[in-house]
Each structure stands twice: as structure tokens, then as C-alpha cells.
Write a protein that binds this ligand. Structure first.
Ligand code: FE
Ligand code: FE
Ligand code: ZN
Length: 292
């Protein structure tokens, strides 16, 4: 089972410390933001302790493509109302691609963005136009468009929308998708029928284009279009359904990344990974949750 989680990447040890953090949790994959998720300020890659991090991964038998980069969520390539916003997104992505390659990772997860005051079709066309401005994507780098909850004017809450974007791109071979279970639940998909979801992705995109899974429970009922993540087993999707996703044979080679909320200021990942590896939900494992 390839299980990982969102880890921090902070001074002074950056990627080296990120890898250590993931290993502490019993993870064999990890996802990081190359700086604060809310802004686009970035430290030069030479300072990120990348080779130390990669050595540590190697010592633990983990391939570099198990490091997944998440683009900051404020960048919005779907915004045609303020084109400078979408343009900034592309400029940033261009440099994020270089950082991802420098880290030795392969996958960059990207939210397609929100169309704001226009309409879905305009949003989709704007994403296509903007992403087509990206040039020189290095061999092996895949930008993974994430399935979204459909909150507000988000683009990408159905696999068909992501397929339409990828079909419009000049280098579709550099794109794939990231499936987020909380987002899909909130967009109206029943996670207990995960094979049905995979069939749908297969028919519109080809299952080989599914590169990353975000494994999160949801605070809201199916179809709520909200996007609030919950700890594994404590939400509306439930432990058994998330465990079934983690165990699904068709997605065996795909990293499942937890992006569940901290509990009492502490990361929940060690306990959640242990529960998923053992297949047993322990409602006492996360202290505050147990009491609530
Ligand atoms: Fe995301
Ligand atoms: Fe996600
Ligand atoms: Zn989310």
C-alpha cells in the first residue's frame, strides 16, 4: 500500500526534514508545497537540502516519484475576469515545474481554479489557454489536475471537465489527474462505489492518467459542494470506504496521500496511516476526536 501524507517543508532542513517527517509517520510517499500554500514566495532550490532528502528516501527503498508537489492553491488559471491572475498562475507554474524537476519528483498537483463571474465553459477554455502558454515541460513531469468539490465556481468537479481540459492541451502527455475522495464525495460521487468512479474516469480519460489519490474523509454529506476535509473514519465517507479505496487493486501503484486536519495542533498521520495499514479503525487513536 503506497500511503503518504502532506508534510511540512521548512527552514533549515527543507526536503530532508520533509522526508524524515514522512518516514516518522510510516509513510512511503509524501506531498509537499514548495513554500507557503497561500503565497508564491519561494526559496531557491539550492537551499532545499534536496540530495540529502533523496538519499534518505533511497535508503528506505522509496522512489523519488513518491514525492508529490502541490502547487499553491491561490493560483487560478481559470480566471478570465482578471487575466493577470491567470497569467501569474502560469508564470508561477513555469517556475514550479523547474523546482519539481530539481526535487526529482514527477507529479505536480494543480487545482484547475474558479471561473468567478463567467461560466463553466469559459473557465475551462481559460484553463486550456493559460496552460498552453507553459513551455519546456521536462521529460517525466506530469501536472495532475485535481478533481474539485464544486465549491463556488470551481472548475473540475467532474472527470469530464478535466478530460475536456486535457483534450485541449498541446502537450497532453504532460498532464494527468489527481482524485481527491473528499472532493469527489462533496461533488456528488458515492465513494462506496469506488469501482464505479474508476470506470467513469477510465471511460472519459483512461485510468492510466490517474496519477495521484488524495485520501480524505469529508465533514459534509455527498453532494454538499463544500470541501472540508475530515480525519479518516470520522467523516461522512467512513473508514471502510476509505480503506477499500486504499486497497483497490486497480489503483495499487498509485500513491494515496492524506490531507486530513491536524488534531489539537498535532498531525494525525501516524495514527491514520497505522489504521489504514492494519485495516482497523480505532476511534480512540485521535484523542480530541475520541472525546467529541
Ligand atoms: Fe488539492
Ligand atoms: Fe486534495
Ligand atoms: Zn480539499
Amino acid at each position: 500500500m503506497i500511503l503518504g501524507c502532506h508534510v511540512r517543508m521548512n527552514a533549515p532542513d527543507y526536503v530532508f526534514r520533509s522526508v524524515q517527517e514522512a518516514l516518522d509517520y510510516g509513510a512511503n510517499a509524501l506531498m509537499l508545497y514548495t513554500g507557503a500554500p497561500q503565497n508564491t514566495k519561494r526559496v531557491p532550490t539550492e537551499k532545499l537540502k534536496i540530495s540529502e532528502g533523496l538519499d534518505l528516501l533511497k535508503e528506505n527503498g522509496i522512489a523519488p516519484e513518491r514525492i508529490i508537489v502541490h502547487a499553491p492553491y491561490l493560483i487560478n488559471p481559470a480566471n478570465s475576469v482578471k487575466p493577470e491572475v491567470a497569467e501569474l498562475a502560469v508564470e508561477f507554474l513555469q517556475s514550479e515545474i523547474k523546482r519539481t524537476a530539481a526535487i526529482g519528483a514527477s507529479y505536480i498537483v494543480l487545482h484547475p481554479g474558479s471561473y468567478t463571474t463567467t461560466d463553466l465553459e469559459t473557465g475551462i477554455q481559460t484553463v486550456i489557454e493559460q496552460l498552453n502558454r507553459i513551455t519546456d515541460i521536462p521529460e517525466g513531469i506530469i501536472i495532475c489536475l485535481e478533481t474539485m468539490a464544486g465549491k463556488g465556481s470551481e472548475v473540475g468537479s467532474h472527470p469530464e471537465e478535466l478530460a475536456q481540459i486535457i483534450e485541449g492541451l498541446h502537450s497532453p502527455e504532460h498532464y494527468g489527474i489527481c482524485l481527491d475522495t473528499c472532493h469527489m464525495n462533496d461533488a456528488g460521487y458515492d465513494i462506496s462505489d469506488f469501482d464505479g468512479i474508476l470506470d467513469r474516469i477510465d471511460s472519459v480519460l483512461g485510468l492510466e492518467n490517474l496519477k495521484v489519490i488524495h485520501l480524505n474523509d469529508s465533514k459534509n454529506p455527498c453532494g454538499a459542494r463544500k470541501d472540508r476535509h475530515e480525519n479518516i473514519g470520522f467523516g461522512t465517507i467512513g473508514f471502510d470506504n476509505l480503506y477499500a479505496v486504499a486497497m483497490n487493486k486497480r489503483t495499487e501503484g498509485i500513491a494515496k496521500i492524506l490531507e486530513t486536519p491536524y488534531v489539537d495542533g498535532e498531525p494525525p498521520y501516524k495514527q491514520e496511516i497505522a489504521m489504514l495499514r492494519s485495516g482497523t479503525f480505532d476511534p480512540q487513536a485521535l484523542t480530541k476526536k475520541a472525546g467529541s
